[in-house]
Write a protein that binds this ligand. Structure first.
Ligand code: S3P
Length: 178
């Protein structure tokens, strides 16, 4: 079975700025599948932005909503492209949910590239409006084991445009579904 006919979801994980949304939308277009983003589901169902949720419900409240969004997305009967918030992989249940439902691809990037891509960090409370290469280095080191545990495959994105990354992701999806 080729990747384009695989019935499994394509699940993208990686740090903030890894390109999960941009690349995910392109993959979805090329696969002719719906695209969903767990952050967007959380925002739509709560009526609050991610930053507001962190302020009103704390990170724990946000993570509970994120877990529910991931479960819902993974339960969809049609194959989707699912972009996960950068911290979703920290929860072992989430990792099991995504691995059981789809091919999980870790979009990996160096802290320097991530810092360039997140800009001023707006809307990302963990970057507190002041993202630095050091903050992203720390997060990358802390989280690498969780991304590794979650992912079936890794795609390195440094120096690649979103379309090129999407191409590599789809090649990996094909390989996994072969
Ligand atoms: C987070 C990443 C964000 C969002 C929230 C927490 C994280 O999503 O879920 O701000 O813990 O890495 P993106 O990775 O889409 O920016």
């Amino acid at each position: 079975m080729s990747g384009s006919t695989s019935r499994r979801h394509l699940v993208l994980v990686g740090l903030m700025g890894a390109g999960k949304t941009t690349v995910g939308e392109r993959c979805a277009r090329r696969l002719d599948r719906p695209f969903v983003d767990t952050d967007e589901i959380v925002v739509a169902t709560s009526g609050q932005t991610v930053a507001e949720l962190f302020a009103t419900e704390g990170e724990a409240g946000f993570r509970a909503r994120e877990r529910a969004a991931l479960v819902d997305a993974c339960a969809a009967p049609e194959p989707l492209v699912v972009a996960c918030g950068g911290g979703a992989v920290l929860d072992a249940e989430n990792r099991a949910t995504m691995r059981a439902a789809g091919v999980v691809v870790w979009l990996r990037a160096s802290p320097g590239q991530l810092a360039d891509r997140v800009g001023d960090g707006a809307g990302r409370p963990l970057l507190a409006g002041a993202p630095s290469v050091e903050t992203l280095e720390r997060l990358a080191a802390l989280r690498a084991p969780a991304y590794e545990a979650a992912a079936h495959v890794v795609v390195d994105t440094d120096g690649l445009a979103p379309d090129a990354v999407a191409g590599r992701v789809l090649e990996e999806l094909d390989r996994c579904a072969a």
